[in-house]
Design a protein. Structure first.
Length: 266
């Protein structure tokens, strides 16, 4: 899957909205316009978010999926903008992709209202305050339960000696593998999703999985190395971040226990 900034498309417009299906037990929390790309071309759908899953409708047909039927989830933010009379007119974009166990992939790309920011402030990374997003919380209602389920699956797979694919990264019980390199869990000092809107180094821009890990001999004698991978290249990015955080906590706890044990024996 291409990087976020290389696959921009216009936010969804003129998507038909139908009545919320009533065949899920949970109440509907809201709807998102979306689309499905299939053999017959692109089809506009409405993604209705319920407590226990989602429903897709196109005005004629409907289909429901429970959270357990989500095989993969991708999400990222971006920002569109243009300069005008010393101001930057910007709008936050939110993208959500879901792949279900039957192979269906649904995509929703939506924009918050535009905000005007002095260009000088924009270039420092500071933005004018904007009304709370009505899109991001609804997308999070999808991302959060799916992440919990996929995290449990990933942990069970790793505990059984298996491996879990996160796009270009492969997780095992020992650590992560990327581009022929091995990154043990206990060397990861930071793993997070992050978004950068302005930086002199263009490789830093955009929505990324950003990881820092210890190495024996880094460039210029720095004992750390870094990975920056476009967020939409990494399915279940939140699962990977949670795994790295939990492993770091576990390793720190083991180190404290070992130190305490050595102290007690003295």
């Amino acid at each position: 899957m291409a990087g976020w900034w290389r696959r921009k498309s216009a936010p969804e417009t003129d998507v038909p909205v139908t009545g919320a299906p009533k065949f899920l037990t949970g109440s509907a929390r809201g709807t998102l316009p979306a689309h499905i790309d299939g053999p017959g071309g692109r089809r506009a759908v409405t993604l209705a978010v319920h407590d226990d899953g989602v429903a897709l409708t196109d005005g004629e047909e409907g289909r429901t999926y429970r959270w357990s039927e989500v095989a993969h989830v991708w999400h990222a933010n971006d920002m569109d903008g243009e300069a005008a009379d010393g101001l930057m007119i910007t709008e936050w974009l939110h993208e959500l992709l879901l792949e279900f166990t039957d192979g269906t992939v649904v995509n929703s790309l939506l924009a918050d209202p535009p905000v005007a920011t002095p260009e000088s402030a924009f270039r420092t990374g500071r933005l004018s305050s904007s009304p709370p997003s009505v899109i991001a919380p609804l997308m999070q209602r999808v991302i959060a339960p799916v992440t919990e389920l996929l995290l449990a699956r990933a942990k069970a797979t790793l505990a059984a000696g298996g491996q879990v694919e996160f796009g270009p990264l492969t997780a095992t019980a020992e650590g992560l593998h990327h581009d022929g390199k091995e990154v043990p869990w206990n060397t990861i000092t930071s793993c997070r999703y992050g978004f950068v809107i302005f930086h002199e180094d263009e490789d830093e821009l955009g929505a990324m999985l950003r990881m820092e890990y210890e190495v024996d001999s880094g460039a210029h004698g720095i004992p750390f190395a870094w990975l920056r991978i476009p967020a939409l290249d990494v399915p279940e990015v939140d699962v990977l971040v949670r795994l790295a955080d939990e492993r770091r906590i576990q390793d720190s706890s083991r180190a404290r226990d070992a130190q305490s044990s050595r102290h007690d024996r003295r």
